[in-house]
Design a protein around this ligand. Structure first.
Ligand code: F0G
Length: 495
């Protein structure tokens, strides 16, 4: 009997309840071990600010961010060695041009010397946001930048240039209906109302895919199309904040009707066909540790409406970052990025990645820990208000900050408050906190870094803290309450 027909009679491998990871470890790092007491001493020393806690002392999972913490593939490490560190027009630049055209569409990277420069490499996402909004601010063409959810650096760059960053979260975001798959969508009702009143003050509209500030939730193709039609109807350009474009496309493929037989790479093209430009941090779906960029559609609404912008951005890029052909990145970084962009839309990778995050959140839910569901693409968001709902924790006790501190000291896992402290601010006039709509602790899962056992240990720790939530005291801010982007700098102590 032929072996093939023998295996044909077995249950199919994809139907087994436990499947192997679609990758293997290339190299690993052994952790140093620290006790809870040692971690507590250190965390107190840095004023309970988890950003200042030495990463080498993290004995559990470091879920502070999914940004720049990707484990690169062996192909990417090999590509690093092919880096060309020439000062102008290095080898990687040409490969990156071809890859950007292949990933997002030919209109986003003109051939050098043909037409205006429209592709600007930067060292990080926020540097590209800075370039865009500084130059837009100088043109003085508007005051309001609406989004389905601005990331904190995007909002800060907009406001640093005397414009207002407005978040139009979907109504479904904070509802517990788990059948709504695209809670990251822009709120169309609010968008229409804002445009009707203020369209002449809006130079461009932003869609963040996936919506990091709004629970890491994806945006549907239907929403992208509708937003695009509405804003283009007013002659206003549309941009993506495209950091997690591949994860967003995966959600469209899996959950939006009409897409289940399409490749993620094709869906990415369709998504980008609706926008006039995008900023991106490659530290997420570029699968690299550093990199960012700003890309404008050739002959798109943005470049037509603001013809001075491409030239102004090149000038700014040269002063701030470097020649447009490396834009703040070393040649080797560019080589790793090219390979990362090629890998990121591969189905076996994305399916494993997103299911890992989803399973992490579902396990928390099974343990009664309140999380935003359905779980988004890159992180699990614990709802702090629900976590502490039956305790004495008040809004100005910053329960999310307290939870992160106890989790890190007690169990060695690092998460990040994205809620009343990070997104709120202190109003000097009233002496009161101005609270944002959302109050989360985010558990961001780095790509290709942790295994199920690691994430299960985070759930086990959180379960203990949830059970003794009534004993968790609030924190008071000892430094930095009134500062902008205060969560990066502030210090706290337990009350
Ligand atoms: N936009 C979004 C949606 C982001 O999530 C980030 C970074 C940026 C822009 C800025 O990119 O870090 O390369 O300057 N997010 C990280 C996070 C830091 O932890 O969510 P950057």
């Amino acid at each position: 009997m032929k072996l093939k027909s023998l295996v044909g009679r077995l249950p199919a491998e994809q139907d087994l309840s436990v499947k192997p990871r679609p990758y293997l470890n290339h190299s690993v790092e052994l952790k140093k071990l620290f006790t809870a007491e040692e971690r507590a001493d250190m965390l107190e020393k840095v004023g309970l600010n988890v950003f200042f806690f030495p990463s080498e002392m993290i004995t559990g999972c470091d879920l502070l961010s999914d940004s720049g913490v990707t484990t690169m593939t062996s192909e990417q490490w090999a590509a690093l060695h092919l880096g060309d560190e020439a000062y102008g027009s290095n080898r990687g630049y040409f490969l990156l041009k071809d890859q950007i055209r292949a990933s997002f569409g030919e209109a986003f990277f003109n051939e050098p010397g043909v037409g205006d420069s429209n592709a600007f490499i930067f060292h990080q996402g926020r540097a590209s946001e800075d370039a865009l909004f500084t130059q837009l601010g100088k043109l003085g063409v508007g005051q309001i930048i609406p989004s389905n959810g601005h990331f904190d650096t995007t909002g800060a760059n907009i406001e640093a240039n005397k414009m207002q960053a407005v978040n139009l979260f979907s109504e479904e975001l904070l509802e517990s209906d788990t059948n709504v798959r695209f809670k990251g969508n822009m709120n169309i009702r609010k968008l229409k109302a804002l445009l009707e009143k203020s369209h002449d003050r809006i130079p461009l509209v932003y869609l963040t895919v996936t919506n990091n500030t709004a629970g890491g939730q994806p945006v549907s193709m239907a929403n992208i199309k509708e937003v695009s039609q509405i804003v283009h109807g007013y002659g206003i350009p549309l941009f993506f904040d495209a950091c997690r474009f591949a994860e967003n496309a995966w959600f469209i493929r899996n959950y939006e009707s009409g897409y289940k037989d399409k490749d993620v790479a094709i869906i990415v093209h369709e998504m980008f066909s609706h926008v006039d430009g995008f900023t991106i941090s490659y530290k997420k779906d570029g699968l690299v540790n550093m990199g960012g960029g700003l890309f404008l559609r050739n002959n798109g609404l943005f470049t037509k409406k603001y013809p001075k912008m491409p030239g102004a951005i090149v000038g700014y890029q040269i002063i701030k970052e470097g020649h447009p052909t490396y834009g703040g990145l070393s040649g080797r970084d560019i080589m790793a990025l090219v390979v990362g962009l090629r890998l990121v839309t591969r189905d076996e990778y994305l399916t494993y990645r997103i299911n890992q995050v989803s399973e992490f959140g579902e396990e928390m839910h099974r343990q009664d820990i309140p999380v935003v569901r359905p779980v988004g693409g890159h992180a699990v968001y614990v709802d702090v208000n629900k976590f502490f709902h039956d305790t004495a924790m008040g809004p100005e006790d910053f329960g999310g900050v307290a939870l992160c501190a106890i989790l890190l000291a007690g169990y060695g896992h690092r998460a990040c408050e994205l809620g009343y402290f990070s997104f709120g601010h202190f109003d000097r006039e009233t002496g009161k906190e101005v609270l944002p709509e959302v109050n989360f602790v985010r558990f961001a899962v780095p790509r290709l870094r942790y295994e199920k056992q690691d994430l299960d240990s985070v759930v086990a720790a959180l379960k203990v803290l949830h059970e003794c939530r009534k004993e968790v005291p609030g924190v008071q801010v000892t430094y930095g309450r009134e500062l902008p982007l205060r969560h990066f700098k502030a210090r706290f102590e337990f009350k």
